[in-house]
Design a protein around this ligand. Structure first.
Ligand code: HBI
Ligand code: FE
Length: 296
């Protein structure tokens, strides 16, 4: 097995599919304390910013009091949507990751950040993966989408569409917004496991907010070390599932020799909910898209 250089986790005892055993007993009281602090702080800011189904599913997980046992959570999750959690040492190769998703196995990192990283860390840890991603796996439509998304992995690898497919994960699994009767709400794991980006993504006038469109998302670049300059907005999770019926190979061909879209920009044919810096439009409602192209 290729060792994963400069990744933080312990890859020395991985199975062929990069899974490991969760050694729950090895977690110290200090780690359980940090888990409780992260969980309590993040849960407290969700109302008004996180999608209601995220909040409801998080409640059902009942994982506030200590670091969860993946096996116990998997029993509940499997009964709900056929998914279960697999323990991993950290990031795994793309093809391995996609294969897990396609088989309704969600990889959850076994190590927890240190207290000094309570606000930010580079690699996804146990808190990001569990608190950020697991609640949405209880949503049947989102759960079906994520399995269908994983099944798109081999074609993307074969057709040179990996970057485009990864953008779909980044924007619509890590940083997705959804329009609800109460206005915009966050459902993405990347923002909902971050105290600051949860609030920023829903209310700050700085980023663009653009209606979800598969090819637009696949064409849009992103940076991993800062808040998003563009968020994409769903009306319903079924849009993600339906998008999996598109001809991805044709999209990869169309995008192959086009420059990526700069997330600081918007396009004339975007359906815009909000444009960078606009104070005069309500963030919650789509603006007409006859507006000029705006660049940050
Ligand atoms: N591995 N454990 C883990 N978690 C991820 O979120 C992850 C990964 N490997 C690759 C990856 N994400 C991204 O490149 C996806 O877009 C494929
Ligand atoms: Fe993630």
């Amino acid at each position: 097995m290729s060792q994963n250089k400069n990744l933080r986790g312990d890859y020395s005892h991985i199975n062929d599919d990069y899974t490991v055993t969760q050694d729950w007993a090895a977690h110290t009281e200090a780690e359980h304390d940090l888990w409780r602090a992260l969980y309590t702080r993040q849960k407290a800011i969700l109302p008004g910013y996180a999608a209601a189904d995220f909040i409801g599913n998080l409640e059902k997980l009942d994982a506030a009091d200590q670091i969860p046992h993946f096996g116990q959570v998997s029993e509940k999750l499997h009964a709900a949507t056929g998914w279960h959690l697999v323990a991993v040492p950290g990031l795994v190769p793309d093809d391995v990751f996609f294969a897990h998703l396609a088989n309704r196995r969600f990889p959850v990192t076994v190590w927890l950040r240190t207290p000094s990283e309570i606000d930010y860390l580079v690699e996804p840890d146990l808190f990001h993966d569990f608190f950020g991603h697991v609640p949405m796996l209880f949503d049947p439509v989102f759960a079906d989408y994520l399995a269908a998304y994983g099944a798109k992995g081999p074609e993307a690898i074969a057709k040179g569409g990996l970057k485009q497919l990864a953008r779909m994960y980044w924007y619509m699994v890590e940083f997705g917004l959804i329009m609800t009767d109460h206005g915009l709400r966050a459902y993405g794991a990347g923002m909902l496991s971050s105290q600051t980006e949860t609030i920023y993504s829903v209310t700050d006038p700085t980023p663009n907010r653009v209606a979800f469109d598969l090819e637009r998302v696949m064409a849009t670049d992103y940076a991993i070390d800062d808040f998003q300059k563009t968020y994409f907005v769903l009306n319903d999770y079924s849009q993600l599932f339906d998008a999996m019926n598109a001809d991805f190979a044709a999209i990869y061909d169309r995008l192959a020799n086009k420059p990526a879209i700069d997330p600081a920009s918007t396009l004339l044919d975007d359906q815009l909910y909000h444009v960078h810096g606009d104070e005069d439009h309500s963030i919650a409602m789509p603006v007409d898209n006859t507006s000029q192209i705006r660049h940050a």
